[in-house]
Design a protein around this ligand. Sequence first.
Ligand code: B12
Ligand code: SF4
Length: 464
Amino acid sequence: MRILLILPAAENVRVTRDRPSVPRRAMLRFSVLPLTAVAALTPREHEVKIIDENVEPIDFGADCDLVGLTFMTALAPRAYEIALQFRARGKIVVGGGYHPTLCPGEAIRHLDAVVAGDAEGPWQRLLADAQAGRLQKVYRQAPTDAPSSETSFSTPPPRRELLQRTARHYITVNAVQTTRGCRHGCRYCSITTFHQRTHRQRPVCEVLEELKGIPRNFIFVDDNIAADRAYAASLFHAMIPLRKRWVSQCSIDVADDPGFLRLMRDAGCRGLFIGIETTDPDNLAAMGKAFNCSASYRQRISRIRGSGIGIVAGIIVGLDHDDPGVFQRTLRFLDQSGIDAAQVNILTPLPGTPLFQDMWAAGRVTDHDWGHYDFRHVVFRPRGMSAEELQAGADWLYAQFYRLDRIILRFARTFLAVGPLPALLGLRLGLTYRYDNRREQIVGRNPAMRWTRRAALSPAAAAA
Ligand code: B12
Ligand code: SF4
């Protein structure tokens, strides 16, 4: 069969025949690993092509037999539009990834079949069934799909060569996955639901083999690479002679073990995306993330940075204990704590998560367009402020944090305190977010300003 694997893109960044120029935001594009991984599982008798709508238009007249879509929740509406177009042309259209796994019943109304969860095993069965004309609706991993188990998984190296045509548009196509899932249970996170709170590891020798075949700089897309210290330590020890340099994601408790941090740095780690989320302990407790322990943030952050590893902080605003002052407080915290870059997210109840169930039951979900579940739109009724204030404040925080003077200041600070590579990465990320903000005309407004001014003029007015 001729198989076309597609990553859909959001409207504002989509490349189409009418709008062929690729937005200059390569720092925010990497890998397409979900599709290069699926391509690697495809028996070689089939021909595979990958289209990422972020960098090239889809040819709906393409000569193919089967279309495979990967999509997270925010991309579901676009994935369904694409499916409609191809199905109208008589193609078989199937899907996989986060949204089809979390909402298989919905996805199957738009697609011919869905792979829920990992593709190793189910994908090969789906292809065989499609060829034999006996396609089922939902494919899941079965115990017979060895060598995956409750604690381990195995997968071939992704077919990165399929991205060669468009590789220049990515920060890197060299994404590697060494573990899947996370054992924590943060109430807003899809990872725990998708992986059912398991953390599985790939054999170290399999990962090393893959690393030997890729360039020096790469990214580990793991959700929490240090979750299993023993596994991570054995991988990192084995990586030292390879002299690689990489970035990844993990939880902040990695700071509690200085020896492990040193090992991580020796293995090539230069940057970590860490879910700081909020400085408010009540918010952390309500989200099942008390292990973050906000009182120790500054100390832990400086320990990680002191070991030569930069930090991109994940921040969430709109949590139940946030009031309109949260934006100013967060900006001050980000400025003072030494964070090298940040991603500001508006709290989003993703389907399948405990947070979604709570909000749904309380009648707080106000927007049912999945396209708005991109962490930049308010889709629920917040507790401590209005939806408009949350939107304006989140935009303001983004615009302020990525002001040019702050970007330059952070670059100098990171260069001196952490090192040249983390500083360069922070600079490029900062300029990309700034470019995005300007392109989208994101300015925002600090909702606390009006509130503070009113309070100064008249305490009674502020109380009202
Ligand atoms: C890298 C990454 C990105 C990258 C690139 C995404 C990409 N498509 O390559 C970037 C930076 C662009 C990104 C952006 C965002 N991301 Co993101 N991202 C990831 C991350 C960390 C890794 C993805 C990856 O490479 N996984 C490795 C592959 C191998 O695993 P996999 O996708 O699960 O694929 C397996 C199966 O699912 C299946 N499969 C997947 N696709 C398909 C397709 C077919 C046809 C088949 C048969 C099977 C199949 O087969 C694979 C092998 O078993 C994931 C977390 C994660 N662990 O996956 C979050 C994740 C997907 N992102 C998420 C989110 C929320 C976002 C943002 C909204 C975040 C934000 N704050 O801006 C934006 C969305 C932007 C947009 N509108 O498009 C959520 C999605 C949750 C959800 N329910 O939708 C995740 C799960 C993170 C999380 N903590 O919850 N992201
Ligand atoms: S620590 Fe991170 S990956 Fe793990 S459940 Fe919490 S938010 Fe999700």
